[in-house]
Design a protein. Structure first.
Length: 614
């Protein structure tokens, strides 16, 4: 596909592009017909009585943001110290109580930032640092965290057969011994050191590549680490069980988590944490199933930054819970400002299609989607008036206002949009709930405008098209204006209207008859303009509420064009505090539009009085 697009672009540039570009058949093939000769099927643990499929998430897990460590190390252009500070304070503002801030033994910059975090973290925020299982690096890491109110040392060791054999050339026994030695050293330098008692020290161990590690060995090495640390129920040891590389489907990861959770001893003294990468695009699903399977904590990054395809997106996991009625304990009320910080510091844009955060995820361009959303909001208003606050809008699982977005972004209009989209914009911008027939006609005008511009139309542009197309409240054209009128009864059903209108500064008398004020006025204008006008459609509704309530009237008038004597139709709109006045404005809005089109001629000035002699 990329080759084909490049071919088209080059041809267009050279002036040789045709409307039909032939398919390009590649002369080579890389993908195997039988991939099993190269790739093996992952063998999941054998589970005879798994429990997680019957469970539901009922409360938020503990959260750990690793944006400043795992996320930062994956950036092509890592954050500056000032950017890390800004990001850190945003994480605290959102509500993160556990933040992995750095790899302090890796550089002086990371060490210095760790000191900043220690000195500026609120008392209830735990500062976590990662370190390899090597003595001098562990000592440097403890030094960086000294004085913190709450601190976690995070060590790790690759435990999968692939990594032990290929990367480290280490047996299982050697890996277990190394993990225990590192744990004992951390314990000696932290919770067993009398000079470090001002800090609440926690310990986290990751059997790295857990997703590709035999679960029996993962339990074995973690049992040895736990025995060396001796955790308590009040301060449990954290076992992070990462999908360092996704190797199978989320249900297999859930089986691995459940196996670990049901086989590790002293479960009450253990916090199981997930750390899912997104190699197969399943990070969110794996994290959610991991929580169902017994995980107590979720590690990740905002909007999924991280190595390769990224870490799990914590925003998505949290707001997924929120839309199920579960408080996530994280505040995304102003998601726009959060995105600004993330994009500025990471120098990577948040995808327009990122769940919840993307610019386009609450937007509907499709006509059928727009119509469904518009109807949903209409019914929602009625339900709320009856006291039902539940959110139920088609295509919108989350109320955009909950994350700081207004409804203007919900429906966006281009040439693919239908009547619902344009009507929604007018409803939100002018408060007008357009009649169905008017919606259909207006959507065509909007589509034509979008087609001519070759792009999406903005809200104010759509409003402008509407006002010009229907001479809203006579704001655009006002060649004929009503000066005064009087309606008298003639019998039970007849009404006679007399009055005056102004045309280009001259006063004209008008008179007409009908079965009511509207039909009488239309008849009078028909007599004035020497054209038979008829009311083909009339609709009205209230606009606003309370003392500021107004009336909106819509009139579709029929008439015969001078050019071809064919029947034509024109809508007009009038808005006023008085219902009768709104109807009159709508009639004149329509007539002025017809006159402006040139299809109906104005009366000659010799039939008029001078304005001063009226």
């Amino acid at each position: 596909m990329l080759f084909r697009q490049t071919f088209v672009a080059l041809a267009e540039h050279a002036g040789r592009a045709s409307k039909s570009i032939p398919s390009v058949k590649l002369a080579y093939k890389n993908m195997l017909k039988d991939p099993s000769v190269k790739y093996r099927t992952f063998q999941p643990p054998k589970m005879t009585s798994r429990q997680w499929p019957d469970k539901t998430i009922t409360k938020a897990p503990r959260w750990l943001s690793t944006d400043l460590r795992d996320g930062n190390q994956s950036l092509p252009d890592p954050m500056s110290v000032e950017q890390k500070k800004e990001y850190f304070h945003k994480l605290v503002e959102i509500g993160f109580k556990e933040i992995e801030v750095s790899f302090p033994s890796a550089s002086q910059t990371d060490f210095d930032f760790t000191r900043y975090a220690v000195e500026n973290a609120p008392d209830d925020v735990n500062i976590q640092c990662l370190v390899q299982s090597r003595e001098h690096l562990i000592k440097r890491t403890v030094e960086s965290l000294t004085g913190a109110k709450r601190a976690t040392i995070h060590t790790y060791l690759a435990t999968s057969d692939l990594f032990r054999d290929v990367v480290f050339n280490m047996s299982r026994e050697e890996a277990l011994k190394k993990a225990v030695e590192a744990t004992k050293l951390v314990r000696k330098l932290t919770k067993d050191d009398p000079s470090q008692q001002a800090t609440r020290w926690s310990y986290q161990f990751s059997p790295e590549t857990f997703s590709d590690t035999p679960v029996e060995f993962a339990v074995e090495i973690c049992e040895a680490v736990k025995a060396a640390w001796e955790p308590t129920e009040e301060n449990p040891i954290i076992f992070n069980l990462p999908a360092t590389v996704e190797v199978s489907t989320p249900n297999v990861y859930a089986d691995q988590i459940e196996y670990f959770a049901t086989h590790i001893s002293e479960r009450e003294k253990v916090c199981i944490s997930t750390h899912c990468h997104n190699d197969r695009g399943c990070g969110v699903a794996a994290s959610e199933l991991g929580v169902l399977a017994g995980a107590d904590r979720v590690e990740g990054c905002l909007f999924g930054n991280g190595e390769r395809t990224g870490n799990v997106d914590l925003v998505t996991v949290a707001l997924n819970m929120y839309t199920q009625g579960i408080a996530p304990e994280l505040d995304f009320s102003d998601i726009t400002s959060l995105i600004e910080v993330v994009e500025r510091c990471n120098k990577i844009p948040v995808s327009p299609r990122a769940p919840y955060g993307g610019d386009l995820v609450v937007c509907a361009f499709s006509g059928s989607h727009q119509d469904a959303i518009k109807k949903g909001f209409s019914l929602q208003d009625k339900r709320r008036a009856q006291g039902d606050q539940k959110w139920a809008i088609p295509y919108l699982p989350l109320d955009p206002k909950d994350i700081g977005r207004d409804y203007e972004a919900v429906i966006r209009v281009n040439s693919q949009s239908g009547k619902g989209g344009a009507a929604w914009i007018i409803l939100r911008s002018l408060g007008l709930d357009l009649p169905r027939n008017m919606q259909i006609e207006f959507s065509t005008k909007v589509q034509n405008e979008a087609d001519s511009l070759g792009r999406e139309l903005k809200s104010d542009e759509i409003t402008k098209v509407f006002k010009e197309a229907y001479n809203y409240n006579n704001e655009i054209y006002n060649e004929i204006s009503l000066i005064d009128y009087n309606v008298e009864k003639e019998g039970a059903e007849r009404r006679n209207l007399t009055g005056q209108v102004s045309i280009n500064g001259n006063v004209h008398d008008i008179q007409g008859s009908g079965n009511g004020p509207i039909s009488s006025l239309v008849d009078a204008l028909s007599n004035l303009l020497n054209v038979r006008l008829g009311v083909a459609n009339y609709t009205e509704h209230s606009l606003g509420s309370g003392s500021s309530t107004q009336a909106a009237s819509y009139v579709m008038m029929s008439y015969r064009r001078n050019s071809d004597n064919e029947m034509a139709y024109q809508w007009g709109v009038g808005v006023s505090e008085d219902v009768g006045d709104a109807s009159i404005k709508a009639i004149f809005s329509t007539v002025n539009n017809i006159v402006h089109s040139g299809e109906v001629a104005l009366p000659s000035s010799n039939t008029a009085k001078a304005a001063g002699s009226a």
